[in-house]
Design a protein around this ligand. Sequence first.
Ligand code: CP
Ligand code: NVA
Length: 311
Amino acid sequence: SNQTFGKSILDLTELSKKEIISLIDLAIRLKKAPQDYANVLNGKILGMIFEKSSTRTRVSFEAGMLQLGGQAIVMNGKETQIGRGEPIKDTAPILSSYLDALMIRTFEDKKVQDLVKYGSIPVINGLTDDHHPCQVLADLMTIYEHKGTFEQVKLAYVGDGNNMAHSLLIGGAIVGMDVSIACPKGYEMKAEYVTCAKKIAQKSGATLEITQEPKKAVEQADFVYTDVWSSMGWEEEQAKRESVFAQKYQVNAQLVAHSKAEYKFLHCLPAHRGEEVTAEIIDGSHSVIYQEAENRLHAQKALLVKILVKN
Ligand code: CP
Ligand code: NVA
């Protein structure tokens, strides 16, 4: 039976290893034969609220719903009454009476939790300050396409201890992949998520490493991942962050020389060439960023099917 049916996805701890593998299997089938699933979400409507910019998340979720026979309603948070201060306590039950599921991209995770608390439909986190679970589902699918397993696979993340770092650490811990994360002092991940991931890793057998040394993180890595130095909401810190991160947290030829010879480069995008990664690396032969971005569509279609269809 499908355990994911009816679930909200605030972060990846909502999903077991079994559920993630089953989701990736479905995503791979959806990628190969999308026409076989053209009607599975007939009559279903996904609402999407954006309080931050988006290209991939917005278009892949909306296209995904349409390809599955459903529909999507995209809302700019500022143009809704949420933007004028209407409480989530009222918004959540009302949207629940119109929609089958809701996706939200926002700042505080509390808002997603409150939508779940006061609403009665599944809620999907489309990026918050602390998590980006949908991105990591696509990342895990991409890794699986290359390796066919998560065992004996090492992912390195170099950069800001942000939403991507948290979700990669938690996602890796769940599926039993080795994850090493290098963040500069002062820009580390939140301790609660590290503790949570370590607890999960004890069961799954994943090796998690947290360091300040990028060279150590990328040592013998199969996948090297980075993200922007200033996430959405932190733009005013750009200059200060650049001076810290530029010291040694750029993914460049020198750094990836420590990874496996056949390593692959990942980035959630959008990217800033010349900052967190050089053009040589992100546009080079090891980069799989477009495959990774395409997989947003397939992984989220699989997630929507799992959440909205009982069997
Ligand atoms: N990676 C990602 O979430 O992209 P968007 O901001 O374009 O949605
Ligand atoms: N860490 C980035 C990811 C964007 C997809 C941000 O939150 O802006």
